[in-house]
Design a protein around this ligand. Structure first.
Ligand SMILES: [Fe+2]
Length: 383
């Protein structure tokens, strides 16, 4: 049994951001808008460009550029205050996963009150947020079409996942040109995050045929396009990466992620490791650990990525996924766990506890205890 629904209106293509205002009007957004973004995009001139596009069409925008990587509850509270002061009607979130997730949380808090942890810890029921338009500037997050937002709880430093259909943006404006100037390392890290969304979304315990249909297309696109996007960043590879990331978002957005994300979010909690990089580092160790429990799913993924053919039996195809992904990660320059700043084996108990506590742990194809997570961390550190 599965159920599937998505209410996000998606606009995709080179140059679509130029008609951002038209898309907002078509979807019934009010005039007063809070543009949620980060200081880097302000420096890069992207925030000003969005402001011009909106002001020129009669909207009354205000920028909130307080988003930082791994956004916490104070970022969301400041954004909510900016929304209320501006008497905004809706949010336009522009950026990577941090800005999109913060934008979704701000729109919820502005209309429904409370703090992010109240929702994630079931102390407060979700209700309709202010309408959100998501404009991704990285090819990785998929947050433009998902029902979740990851926010760090200040008290515990834990990454909390807010998850409800209400959190899906009303509008996603996906313009590959906005990703053109991403540096090679950010392209690599966010791109691997997208691939992990497709693998985990399609092979977790909640996977269903619609998620697999999206993920199959996503895996083919992402696996082919990322090395070129990292090396040259040509428009064709940028296009395929953003499309692959969107499709991966549609895949895991109705199922879940799994243990790669649980460990990545633990690393983010303890060391502020950027989300994409943390996922990229943990992908191979988790694939290896899950392998005996995920043969069918991993064989399916290997075939979608062109790493195995139909005649290969599942055991051989699943092995080909692990080998192929390992070589691919090396090719695009992903570091090993021990090379990440701050990582110490003395923290592994804490990391394992945080990962096991993650709400996506039950979705992993292999049942995971704290001891299992510790074993994965030790294996990864020894590589
Ligand atoms: Fe992710």
């Amino acid at each position: 049994m599965f159920s599937y629904a998505i209410q996000t209106h998606i606009v995709f293509g080179d140059g679509v951001v130029e008609r951002l205002a038209d898309h907002l009007v078509e979807q019934g957004f009010g005039r007063r808008l809070l543009v949620v973004t980060d200081p880097g995009l302000v420096r890069a001139g992207v925030a000003d460009r969005v402001l011009d596009l909106l002001s020129g069409a009669g909207f009354v925008p205000r920028v909130f550029a307080g988003v930082k990587p791994n956004p916490d509850e104070s970022v969301c509270a400041a954004g909510r205050d900016a929304f209320l002061e501006h008497r905004a009607d809706g949010v336009v979130a522009v950026g990577g996963g941090s800005s999109l997730d913060a934008g979704k949380a701000i729109a919820l808090l502005a209309r429904q009150g409370g703090a992010p942890s109240d929702y994630a810890r079931n102390r407060r029921p979700y209700g309709p947020p202010a309408p959100v338009c998501a404009v991704p500037t990285t090819a990785g997050t998929g947050s433009e079409v998902t029902r979740s937002a990851v926010i760090t709880e200040q008290r515990t430093h834990q990454k909390l996942t807010l998850k409800h259909a209400f959190l899906r943006p009303a509008l996603a404006v996906c313009d590959p040109a906005l990703t053109a100037s991403l540096p090679a390392d950010v392209t690599a890290h966010t791109g691997v995050d997208a691939l992990v969304h497709a693998i985990e979304g399609a092979t977790c315990t909640l996977a269903h045929p619609i998620a697999r249909a999206y993920a199959r297309e996503a895996l083919g696109l992402l696996f082919r396009a990322l090395p070129a996007a990292v090396r040259s960043g040509d428009p064709a590879s940028r296009h395929d990466m953003l499309l692959g990331s969107l499709l991966a978002g549609l895949a895991f957005g109705s199922t879940d992620v799994a243990s790669v994300h649980c460990l990545a979010e633990a690393l983010g909690s303890l060391y502020e490791t950027p989300h994409g990089l943390a996922n990229a580092v943990m992908l191979l160790p988790v694939l290896r650990y899950n392998l005996p429990y995920a043969r069918e799913g991993y064989a399916w993924a290997a075939r979608a990525m062109g790493l195995a053919g139909d005649p290969d039996d599942d055991a051989r195809a699943a092995e080909a996924l692990v080998e192929g992904v390992g070589a691919w990660l090396q090719d695009i320059g992903i570091p090993k766990l021990r090379e990440l700043p701050g990582v110490r084996p003395s923290d592994f108990d804490e990391l394992a506890r945080l990962a096991q506590d993650n709400s996506s742990t039950p979705s992993n194809p292999r049942p995971m205890t704290e001891a299992d997570y510790r074993a994965v961390l030790e294996m990864a550190y020894a590589e």
